[in-house]
Design a protein around this ligand. Structure first.
Ligand SMILES: C[S@@+](CC[C@H](N)C(=O)[O-])C[C@H]1O[C@@H](n2cnc3c(N)ncnc32)[C@H](O)[C@@H]1O
Length: 430
């Protein structure tokens, strides 16, 4: 394992509380266990719900206006769900370029070999064995209009990592590209606890595999029998967050566990927990508003959302926000109560994104009472589709010659402020 990955493991195991990052469970053996835990576990509703949706509705999630799509699958696993998409694409185009990306390298190669047998030369497979960050960097060189899948995987990251990874994905998307994420929208606590603590213990075996892998590869002798397995569900319906499952094992007694390969000694106290994920939880659950907020924070907007009949899973299609102008609401700044979605509706209904010469330059003299904003107010202003939210590193290209953003008041709606943002892809249109 690469040194930076080992370092991340050490960080997790020496943190308070201790944790094993979720990605560590995915090697060849762990990936098999993961797929079994989705397919054999009768209490796990998510895999079944996704498949029953894709069987009947896969055509809905694929963009219609392009018939030369390059398919990307992030966290591709055994590609069993991807095959519904590939089959549908094959009806529309003679040849499909396919980039599966997965951290579990051997498993990825085996899944790719199976696909090449099934689809022959009509599927050109270019597997990328890497984590998301490195994979996305490599995808910058992929040609064609990308149709990117990220099925059942975003939910296993911390909230910030979800937003950051979506932002990285958006950096390789042009205006025609689409991303589809599948997310768990189940909120029934009883069903959730059963799914992650099934009677047959299939999920437990998958989560605990991280410890088995440590013993196998790093020379530790951690005895699982000296721990109990535990699952909690934390429900948080606030629009700016999500609900999540916490999966852990809890020590029945004090123990010392040297891990020679990582050059650390784990000192575990009776009752202490080792979590199977970084951050607050994994297998996150969302309301549709929460999903909308996450994608907006990453510079994407939802272009379609579909649910299965049982309302367990949502497939959310996203596009990059067509920039040009980002808007924020002056009446919001001076104390009005305009929610980001209201702003989006207003701007789109008025066709303001298409109108060019509708700004009056704004300076200190024209807005003398610009208020000081609290942190929550600032974060409100940077949440939605038309709010300012570009990272510092992107911002440089948008500054005027004197190093300032040029602010303009909208002529037709003087309580809107607009800022010109040059698109990273369609600068010539600006
Ligand atoms: C829950 S499985 C989903 C697999 C597949 N998309 C599906 O829906 O059946 C998560 C997948 O993401 C991969 N994965 C986990 N962490 C990753 C990371 N940081 N970078 C790349 N792949 C990762 C795992 O190896 C696994 O195949």
């Amino acid at each position: 394992m690469a040194d930076n990955k080992k370092q991340k493991l050490v960080t997790g195991l020496t943190s308070h509380p201790k944790y094993i990052p979720a990605w560590y469970n995915y090697d060849d053996v762990g990936s098999k266990l993961q797929h079994e835990s989705g397919e054999i576990n009768r209490d796990y509703y998510l895999t079944r719900s996704q498949i029953s949706f894709l069987e009947l509705n896969v055509q809905d999630i694929i963009p219609r206006d392009s018939n030369e799509l390059t398919l990307v699958d992030l966290g591709s696993g055994n590609c069993s769900k991807t095959r519904y998409v590939i089959d549908e694409l094959m009806k529309r185009q003679k040849m499909v370029q396919f980039y599966p990306v997965d951290i579990s390298g051997d498993f990825l190669m085996k899944a790719s070999a199976v696909l090449s047998e099934v689809y022959d030369n009509s599927l050109v497979i270019r597997p990328i064995a890497a984590d998301y960050e490195q994979g996305i960097i490599q995808l910058k060189h992929a040609s064609g209009v990308k149709f990117i899948l990220w099925f059942a995987s975003m939910m296993n990251m911390s909230y910030d990592d979800q937003v950051n990874t979506l932002r990285m994905i958006s950096s390789i998307m042009t205006d025609k590209c689409r991303l589809v994420i599948s997310v768990d929208i189940t909120q029934d606590k009883e069903a959730i606890l059963k799914a992650y603590n099934d009677d047959a213990g299939v999920k437990r075996r998958f989560y605990q595999y991280g410890i088995e892998r440590l013993n196998k590869e790093e020379g530790s002798v951690i005895d699982l029998a000296r721990f109990t397995y535990g699952i909690d569900f934390v429900s948080d319906l606030s629009p700016g967050y999500m609900s999540y499952v916490r999966a852990y094992m809890q020590a029945k007694e004090d123990m010392q566990c040297p891990i020679p390969g990582l050059e650390i000694d784990l000192d575990i106290k009776k009752g202490e927990r080792i979590y199977f994920h970084e951050g607050e939880g994994l297998s996150c659950k969302y309301t549709l508003e929460q999903i909308q907020n996450i994608v907006h924070k990453a510079g994407l907007c939802l272009t379609g959302t579909w649910m299965d009949e049982g309302k367990h899973v949502a497939f959310c299609q996203c596009a990059v926000v067509q920039n040009g102008f980002y808007w924020c609401c002056a009446s919001h700044i001076v104390g009005g109560d305009i929610h980001s979605d209201v702003l989006q509706t207003l701007i789109e209904a008025e066709g303001l994104t298409r109108k060019r010469s509708i700004g009056v330059k704004l300076d200190n003299a024209s807005l003398p009472d610009f208020p000081k904003l609290s942190e929550p107010e600032l974060s409100d202003l940077t949440m939605g589709v038309y709010q300012l939210k570009q990272a510092k590193s992107y911002t440089k290209v948008h500054l005027a010659e004197d190093g300032q953003y040029e602010l303009m008041l909208c002529r037709e709606k003087p309580d809107l402020i607009k800022v010109q943002i040059r698109s990273r892809y369609v600068a010539s249109k600006m």
